[in-house]
Design a protein. Structure first.
Length: 312
């Protein structure tokens, strides 16, 4: 099926804008991609790209071929998935991406459980707070806290990701409890370094009013686990997701402040499971999504901290 790899190389060149980009996505050399494009042009007897020193642009013939090639590759992918799904047993390697803190706390513990249930399945968990590329990094399913899910992927909302402003009881006893957003300016507050507006803390009131409070601390982090540890050590306040803070609030080790305000961050309010259209019906992806729903629906387990009795 030499034609298939050549057609895929052509489509990837169009998508990435270069032969080098296509080679990275296809895990081959630039020379291989260039050779395949040249063979296509020779077989069709037309030029598919206008080449310059700065970029590649499709010719009119290239535009027509691109539309047909896309449909053909989609049909091949759908056929492969349909054939695989005749055997509905999850198998092979499932590669999952998640953020460092959430993945460590709630996704890593799922892997032994799901691989024990499906002996032909293997799992790899890639933890990073940086945005991974589903294609280039060969990710089957990415869990993303985001305002805008990727447009080139299927995005399935799992649950709302709630956040609170909190500190230890000892910190609040020593430094006072903020009663108004402006009071935060007098406290040591940790923002997420390199995130949007890491030197401010943004709040949304119940009546729709917004407040942006300048914050400061003498040490800063670009890692949520480090921020959590600093708050737990009594060094100040921070916005923390309830999946981290909830269990400690339940135990009485943390207390929330300014509960009438919703903390706003650049990461969005929801957690999405994102995967490419070719993975939609793969059994290994399906069973993992089902496991996520069992664990986090209808209400994630860490969200019961407000109604629970706190232990001393």
């Amino acid at each position: 099926m030499n034609w298939l790899s050549s057609w895929e190389s052509f489509v990837r060149v169009v998508e990435t804008g270069s032969m080098a980009g296509a080679a990275r996505r296809l895990d081959c050399t630039r020379a291989q991609v260039s050779k395949q494009i040249a063979e296509l042009e020779r077989n069709f007897g037309v030029r598919l790209f206008e080449r310059s020193t700065r970029k590649l642009a499709l010719t009119p013939s290239g535009e027509v071929f691109y539309q047909h090639a896309l449909r053909a590759l989609d049909a091949v992918a759908s056929t492969e998935i349909a054939v695989r799904n005749l055997g509905d047993t999850p198998c092979g390697l499932l590669r999952i991406s998640a953020s460092l803190a959430f993945g460590r706390l709630y996704i890593a513990p799922l892997l032994p459980r799901i691989t024990a249930q499906y002996p032909e399945l293997e799992c790899e968990l890639i933890l990073s707070d940086q945005l991974v590329d589903l294609f280039d990094d060969n990710i089957d399913l990415a869990l993303r806290h985001t305002k805008a899910p990727p447009e080139d992927a299927v995005a399935r909302r799992l649950f709302a990701l709630k956040r609170v402003i909190c500190a230890t009881p000892d910190y609040l006893a020593t430094h006072g409890r903020p009663e108004h957003p402006g009071d935060l300016a007098w406290h040591a507050c940790f923002g997420y370094l390199q995130a949007e507006a890491s030197n401010t803390l943004d709040l949304l009131g119940r009546n729709g009013e917004q407040a942006s409070i300048p914050i400061s601390s003498r040490f800063r982090f670009n890692n949520l686990d480090c921020i959590f540890d600093a708050v737990m050590a009594g060094h100040g306040l921070a916005i923390l997701p309830t999946y981290m803070a909830g269990p400690e609030i339940r135990r009485g080790h943390l207390e929330t402040v300014l509960d009438d305000y919703e903390p706003l961050t650049g990461f969005g309010r929801d957690l999405y499971a994102c995967y490419t259209p070719s993975r939609v019906r793969l059994p290994k992806v399906r069973v993992f999504l089902e496991e996520l729903e069992r664990q986090f629906s209808p209400v994630p387990p860490w969200e019961n901290f407000r109604s629970a009795d706190r232990n001393p």
